[in-house]
Design a protein around this ligand. Structure first.
Ligand SMILES: Cc1cc2nc3c(=O)[nH]c(=O)nc-3n(C[C@H](O)[C@H](O)[C@H](O)COP(=O)(O)OP(=O)(O)OC[C@H]3O[C@@H](n4cnc5c(N)ncnc54)[C@H](O)[C@@H]3O)c2cc1C
Length: 448
């Protein structure tokens, strides 16, 4: 690990130590009755689902985490009846979406994957509905398509943006930003808008922002800088890509990204660290930081993240969590005192990287754990694994990478990177090819 990654590791220990400690304190202090914690919104009658053929596991969220759990829990205990509840009727991945902007992939690469095929291939039921409430005492989940009784429940709803982190509290300003300068780290419709902004850009300043906190995909905004600059360079657009970073330095793969910015995009990218955003005026297209006032022509503004708001609606959010993440046991993932209800993926409070490989490997462990518990057994904790490639060059495709596991520090009650973490920050075509293969492998693992 290079100096910067050690910094990151240290920062994560410090930053997330408080969260883990708070979670543990809340576990002991959780004296609210189950019915008081139940949250119910607009539910009518039973959902029209096939009768459960065994103990029923309901998984909320058909993203990386939920798709993995639904598949792998059936492998570990085929007697479980699994229902995956997802509000989208069409899948498109967040991971790999930066490659759209340089034209290295088309939308089909991200979206040509069917929830229905995943369910058929892996013997579970796909239920296209939006979850709205939970009664943990009665073990009932409420959706806009009716109630579902469960024996086990996994909630994996991902993240929401938190615009208050960039000084935006007026809903009018927030929605102008959501529509005109989308963050591009949650939904596919944002990816299409950003792709078209890049395609149609005629010149000037294109701003990309990097938030503070434990945001989704640490290298994602820096990789986006490379991919947007690659498009402008190829099309000879007279543009400056201004990467405004809340943090004092690249949060990960610093040597690799700063080399790419200098060597490949010296005429295109300007990198400004310590640029915490204080306010944005989307009408005048002005961003104010502590030190600067910046005029832009186009922007993708990534405002900072919090756990999905669904956690709040279901009574599963830790009120002490700075990023409004889940209240769960940090090794077993269940809500305190309730081994029927779990939260996984990017809504977790542990300071792991919020990334697809992390969610996928974590979900395989949680699937085994729930299967074991359904048979009256326990299993030991297994660390999730973060493997993340970042594309730096488009023609030819050259990437850098990181690979990490996590260890628990008992004194700090927090996780940090394990000593065998490796950063490979020399960009090359071999890793560029591996990046594409990693994405294809992930789609196979989720859908085949
Ligand atoms: C631009 C970009 C680049 C990235 N690059 C990489 C990368 O190179 N490598 C990597 O490892 N990771 C990468 N990631 C991160 C990765 O995509 C996420 O961290 C990971 O997919 C998180 O998985 P998840 O299951 O927790 O959340 P998600 O995949 O967001 O899934 C959550 C699901 O829950 C559903 N849902 C939410 N609320 C409800 C409700 N009320 N009812 C029903 N369903 C609901 C949502 O519709 C969604 O399908 C990238 C992300 C982005 C945006």
């Amino acid at each position: 690990m290079n100096d910067n990654s050690n910094d990151l590791s240290r920062r994560n220990f410090i930053k997330f130590g408080g969260v883990a400690a708070a979670s543990i304190a809340a576990v002991g202090a959780s004296t609210m009755s189950q019915s008081a914690q139940a949250a119910m919104v607009g539910t009518k009658g039973k959902a029209n689902l096939p009768k459960a053929k065994g103990p029923r596991l309901v998984v909320v969220g058909g993203g990386t985490s939920g798709l993995t759990i639904a598949k792998y829990v059936k492998k570990a205990n085929p007697k479980l009846d699994v229902v995956l509840v997802e509000k989208r009727d069409m899948y498109s991945s967040c991971f790999a979406s930066n490659l759209l902007y340089s034209g290295m992939i088309s939308l089909e690469f991200l979206a040509d994957h069917s929830f229905l095929d995943a369910a058929v291939n892996n013997k579970y039921t796909f239920f296209n509905a939006t979850v709205t409430g939970l009664d943990r005492a009665a073990r009932k989940l409420m959706t806009n398509e009716g109630e579902i009784d469960y024996d086990y429940l996994v909630v994996a709803p991902g993240i929401h943006y938190d615009y208050s982190r960039i000084g935006v509290t007026d809903p009018e300003v927030e929605f102008m930003l959501r529509q005109n300068a989308p963050g591009g780290f949650v939904s596919p419709t944002e990816h299409i808008t950003i792709r078209d902004k890049v395609r149609n850009f005629e010149g000037g300043t294109f701003v990309i922002t990097v938030p503070g906190g434990n945001y989704r995909c640490l290298p994602g905004p820096y990789e986006r800088g490379c991919m947007v600059a690659a498009a402008f360079k190829k099309n000879k657009v007279k543009a400056k890509v201004l990467v405004l970073d809340h943090n004092p330095n690249f949060t990960i793969k610093a040597a690799g990204f700063s080399a790419a910015y200098k060597e490949l995009y010296g005429d295109y990218i300007e990198y400004k660290p310590s640029s915490a955003i204080k306010s944005v005026d989307p009408v005048k297209k002005v961003i104010t930081t502590e030190f600067d006032t910046i005029n832009y022509d186009e922007a993708t503004i990534y405002p900072g993240v919090r756990g999905s708001r669904l956690l709040e609606a279901l009574g599963l959010m830790d009120p002490k969590s700075p990023q409004k993440e889940a209240l769960i046991d940090d090794h077993k993932y269940n809500f305190p005192g309730d081994d029927r209800v779990y939260v996984t993926g990017d809504s977790r409070p542990m300071g792991f990287s919020k990334s697809a490989n992390t969610s996928n490997t974590e979900a395989k462990y949680v699937a085994k754990l729930i299967a074991a518990r359904s048979l009256g057994k326990e299993i030991d904790w297994v660390s999730p694994e973060t493997i993340c490639y970042s594309m730096c060059n488009a023609e030819p495709g050259e990437a850098i990478s990181v690979s990490a596991r996590y260890v628990y520090d008992n004194a700090k009650k927090a996780f940090g990177f394990s000593p065998d973490t490796t950063m490979d920050e020399h960009r090359d075509v071999a890793k560029g090819n591996r990046l594409i293969e990693w994405n294809k492998g992930m789609y196979r693992d989720l859908f085949a």
